[in-house]
Write a protein of this length. Structure first.
Length: 231
């Protein structure tokens, strides 16, 4: 019998540990381990638009999945939101006081603030929306250091290149070099949802099996271990 071909998964940068764990679990069940490419959802969606070959796309927001759906690039009836997250303020471990909504503007405008790109990357867009809703964006905007994705923003804080950063709660959980010093109210930004879909151009039969595994009870349990909420 021919060996199963590995599905190629395009996944938001914030899914690194969890998606790799899911791929390992799938492989342990006798399947060929999926190949996973991590980057900002915006970069991955543009890659698909440009004709890049892949089987599945897991985005950190609905908007970039909407773009691909509008372009007719998703397989019918395979799209669904399966994860949720929270937005937090981080500081290097051992540094930084607690940040509240009352002290947010003053604290985060005192020095560089690491964020994913606020124009295109989901984590940056959620962060900007929250800061605008809380009335802090005009004061903070000149101090934002834009990173190509949320993990790059995390790395800036890990290295001490920025005293604070805005990332997902799961990113903070994945690093021992930062700590959470504040959490944004869920109502301060659009709901953080991760949709998953199979791409229309996919010709790999194994892709649908892995998609179904990710949204199964077993698959979702893996993501909950890494701090995601499931839907």
């Amino acid at each position: 019998m021919a060996q199963e071909r590995a599905p190629l998964v395009l996944a938001a940068a914030s899914l690194q540990e969890s998606m790799n764990a899911a791929a390992d679990s799938w492989a342990n069940q006798g399947h060929t381990r999926p190949v996973i490419s991590f980057a900002a959802s915006s970069a991955l969606a543009r890659q698909v638009q440009a004709g890049g070959k892949a089987d599945l796309f897991a985005s950190a927001d609905e908007e970039w999945m909407d773009v691909l759906q509008k372009d007719g690039l998703l397989a019918d009836r395979t799209r669904g939101a399966f994860l949720g997250n929270r937005l937090v303020v981080i500081a290097p471990a051992g540094r930084g006081g607690q940040v509240t909504t009352r002290t947010l503007a003053k604290t985060l405008s005192a020095g560089p603030l690491a964020m994913a790109d606020t124009d295109s990357v989901p984590a940056g867009k959620y962060g900007k929306a929250a800061l605008e809703r809380l009335g802090a964006w005009p004061m903070i905007a000149p101090h934002v250091v834009r990173a190509e994705n949320v993990r790059a923003a995390l790395a800036l804080v890990e290295r001490g290149a920025a005293p604070y950063g805005i990332v997902y709660a799961t990113d903070a959980k994945a690093s021992s070099r930062v700590r959470v010093v504040g959490m944004f109210p869920a109502a301060s930004h659009p709901p953080i949802t991760y949709p998953l879909a199979r791409l229309k151009a996919s010709t790999n039969p194994a892709a649908e099996g892995f998609r179904r595994f990710l949204i199964s009870a077993q698959g979702k349990a893996i993501f909950r271990r890494f701090g995601f909420s499931t839907r």
